[in-house]
Design a protein around this ligand. Structure first.
Ligand code: PMV
Length: 337
């Protein structure tokens, strides 16, 4: 990507860069860490970037600033959000030797409360923009490693298309693309059943994973599920992929529900959708579900089945709206707005 090289060079000169990233949906889930501080996951995971949603973040280092500042969708942000952004900026300052504070402006069209983790796109875009603006070398593994420290799943939003994130140490636990977005027109049809802010988010949830007696069993089988899912993606074989992604999502929720304290993300509408997806398959529609840390159901199907799945999902009682996306590319620098 020669245009990326040019943008990267200009960013270093101007101490300012703008980056775009997509969120991702995990087919084999990440839940629980071996090391919470370094965000080293307990198991490998596999995901697809979502093209329909983007976060665009500008980072400008400025010697005259007394402290880092952050706006999200034109609104000044402080507290936890600013602290998490500051942590990434500190890592970039450490690596580059730069001491200036930064102005960070982030604009996102990821629908709030739709069960699509906006933090993945946010930390992927931030890591890229901050690294470029600080003049660090252009290195996908280093960017994935940095994004991981902001939010684990963010490391999978750095490379493009279908991405795998392995366990390991700080150096080796990064995401890599196993196939580009163009490889397979697989779609995510999200049936939104609740837009309420969840009571326990992923940062509060990961430390609870190990309190479930089911956690070791989920971890023991995750490597096999990643392999099955990866082979199915490479072969564009939804019939091989579907059962293992459903099994994996339900296992994650079983761990959540049996932790101490337990986390119940499902509502009656979640269960209704699980049963509906089974029925739609019996009716001949190729579709399988996955569910993140929330009640909304992601229906995974080929591009040709999106209309049929979306129309049926809208008719399930409790579904408030349906949003759709195909596979997305890597995080990348874009010209300043
Ligand atoms: O990256 P985090 O800390 O927001 O955790 C994401 C957890 C899940 O979305 C539930 C699963 C995953 O692998 O994305």
């Amino acid at each position: 990507m020669p245009e990326q090289e040019t943008l990267w060079r200009r960013a270093a000169q101007e101490r300012r860069a703008t980056a775009l990233a997509h969120p991702n949906i995990a087919f084999i889930k990440y839940w629980g860490n071996q090391d919470d501080e370094m965000v080293l996951p307990a198991n490998p995971s596999l995901s697809m970037n979502l093209a329909a949603f983007t976060t665009v973040t500008t980072v400008a280092f400025d010697d005259t600033l007394p402290a880092d500042t952050l706006t999200i969708n034109q609104t000044e942000a402080g507290g936890d959000a600013l602290a998490r952004v500051g942590k990434i900026l500190d890592l970039v300052r450490q690596a580059s030797g730069l001491h200036s504070r930064a102005r960070v402006e982030s604009v996102s069209n990821v629908p709030m409360g739709a069960g699509i983790a906006s933090s993945a796109a946010a930390f992927a875009a931030l890591s890229l923009a901050a690294s470029a603006a600080a003049g660090l070398p252009r290195d996908e593994a280093a960017l994935s490693r940095l994004a991981r420290r902001g939010s684990g799943s963010a490391c999978r939003s750095v490379p493009g298309g279908f991405c795998r994130w392995d366990t390991g140490d700080d150096e080796s636990s990064v995401a890599v693309s196993i196939a580009p977005a163009e490889h397979w027109a697989l779609w995510d049809v999200v049936a939104v059943v609740s837009e309420a802010h969840k009571q326990v988010g992923s940062s509060g949830g990961h430390p609870l994973a190990a309190t479930s007696d089911l956690h070791p069993a989920r971890i023991a089988g995750a490597g096999r599920r990643v392999e099955v899912c990866q082979q199915a993606i490479l072969a564009r074989d939804l019939a091989a992929m579907g059962p293992v992604i459903e099994e994996d999502a339900v296992m994650m929720h079983a761990v959540m529900m049996t932790g101490r304290p337990p986390l119940y993300y499902w509502t009656p509408a979640t269960m209704a959708l699980i049963l509906a997806v089974q029925q739609w398959r019996e009716d001949g529609i190729p579709v399988y579900f996955t569910i993140d840390a929330g009640p909304n159901v992601h229906c995974i199907c080929p591009a040709g089945a999106v209309e049929a799945v979306a129309a049926r999902a809208r008719r399930v009682p409790g579904v408030q709206r349906v949003i759709t996306s195909g596979p997305g590319g890597p995080a990348r620098l874009v010209p300043a707005a």
